[in-house]
Design a protein around this ligand. Structure first.
Ligand code: PEP
Ligand code: MG
Length: 321
C-alpha cells in the first residue's frame, strides 16, 4: 500500500473517470513545509497563521511575518498557497492580548471580528502578506466570515494597504485571489450572494459542524451530535459548491472532513474542487480518488442528500465506494 502511495507522490490527483481535483495540505508553521513537499501535496489549502502569534509575549512584527510568509511561498515554488488571516479567539488565546472574558468565546469576538475591531493588528498582517506575495502563488483567506459586510471591509483594507505599498514603490503581486472560509451557517446559506464577490470558498467543517449542530467541537458530552455526515451539513456543503461554480469560482474544504475516507466519495460527487488535509493524508486520499469515478459518485448525491440521518449516509457510502 505504501508503495502504491509513493508512486503517486509527483502525480496530479485524477479520478477513475479522468477528472482532476486538487489535493492540498494544511500547515501551521513554515516548518511544516517539508512534510507538504514530502507527501506530494499540490498546494497549501490552509496556512493557520495564528501559530505565528502564539507562544510568545508580543505581536509578531510585520518583518517577522513577511519572513514566514515568504518562506512558505518560496518553498511552494508557485503552487497555490492559501494563507488564512489571524483566527484568534474561541479556543485560541494570546496571553499578551488582554481581552475581556466572554461567556461564549466561540460565539464571541474572534477571528475576522477581532481583526476588524483591531485594524492596526490586521493591517500589519495584510502588509506582510502583500509584500510576500511576489514570492509565490498567494491566496488570502478571511476566517469566520458571517456577513458580506465583513468580507467587504476586509477586502477594502487589503486594497488600501496594497495601494499604500505601491505608492512607495514596493512590489505586490497582481493576481492575489481573496476568499473566505465558510464555517458559519449564515455564510453557507448566503453562498450565492458571496460567490459574486469572493474569488473562492474554503469550507471549514470543523466549525461549520459545530455551529450548524449547536454542538461544541471540544465537548465530549455532545460529541454524538457532532456529525459530519448529517444531511444538514452535506446540504450546506452542496449549496456552497454549487454557488461557487455558478459564478465560475472554486470551492475547497480545509476542515478535517476533507481527508475522511467516507467523506471523500461524497465530496467528489458534489464537485468539490480542492481538498485540504493534514499532509500525511494526501497520498492515501490521492490513491482513493484514483479508484473513484466522479460521475458515478455524482449520480448518488441526490439519494444521499435525501437520507434522514448521519448513520444512513455512512452506511450508504460504505456500500457504494
Ligand atoms: C475549520 O473550522 O474547519 C477550520 C479549518 O479552521 P480551524 O480548525 O482552524 O478552526
Ligand atoms: Mg475554523
Amino acid at each position: 500500500q505504501k508503495a502504491e502511495w509513493a508512486k503517486l507522490k509527483d502525480e496530479p490527483t485524477i479520478s477513475a473517470d479522468g477528472q482532476h481535483v486538487e489535493l492540498a495540505a494544511n500547515i501551521g508553521t513554515p516548518k511544516d513545509l517539508a512534510g507538504v513537499l514530502e507527501h506530494g501535496a499540490e498546494g497549501i489549502g490552509l496556512y493557520r497563521t495564528e501559530f505565528l502569534y502564539m507562544g510568545r509575549d508580543t505581536f509578531p512584527t510585520e518583518d517577522e511575518q513577511f519572513d514566514a510568509y515568504s518562506k512558505v511561498l518560496k518553498g511552494m515554488n508557485g503552487k497555490p498557497t492559501v494563507v488564512r488571516t489571524l483566527d484568534i479567539g474561541g479556543d485560541k488565546e494570546l496571553t499578551y492580548l488582554d481581552l475581556p472574558k466572554e461567556l461564549n468565546p466561540f460565539l464571541g469576538l474572534r477571528a475576522i471580528r477581532l481583526c476588524l475591531e483591531m485594524p492596526d493588528l490586521f493591517r500589519t498582517q495584510l502588509r506582510a502578506l502583500l509584500r510576500a506575495s511576489v514570492h509565490g502563488n498567494l491566496k488570502i483567506m478571511f476566517p469566520m466570515i458571517a456577513t458580506v459586510e465583513e468580507f467587504r471591509q476586509g477586502k477594502a483594507m487589503l486594497a488600501e494597504e496594497k495601494a499604500k505599498l505601491l505608492e512607495v514603490g514596493i512590489a505586490v503581486s497582481d493576481s492575489i485571489e481573496v476568499g473566505i472560509m465558510v464555517e458559519i451557517p449564515s455564510t453557507a446559506v448566503m453562498a450565492d450572494v458571496f460567490a459574486k464577490e469572493v474569488d473562492f470558498f474554503s469550507i471549514g467543517t470543523n466549525d461549520l459542524i459545530q455551529y450548524t449542530m449547536a454542538a461544541d467541537r471540544m465537548n465530549e458530552r455532545v460529541s454524538y451530535l457532532y456529525q459530519p455526515f448529517n444531511p444538514a451539513i452535506l446540504r450546506l456543503v452542496k449549496m456552497v459548491i454549487d454557488a461557487a461554480h455558478k459564478e465560475g469560482k472554486w470551492a475547497g474544504m480545509c476542515g478535517e472532513m476533507a481527508g475522511d475516507d467516507i467523506a471523500i466519495p461524497i465530496l467528489l460527487g458534489l464537485g468539490l474542487d480542492e481538498f485540504s488535509m493534514s499532509a500525511s493524508s494526501v497520498l492515501k486520499a490521492r490513491a482513493q480518488i484514483s479508484r473513484l469515478s466522479k460521475q458515478e459518485m455524482a449520480s448518488h448525491t441526490g439519494h444521499i442528500l435525501a437520507l434522514s440521518s448521519s448513520q444512513e449516509v455512512e452506511a450508504y457510502v460504505k456500500g457504494i465506494s
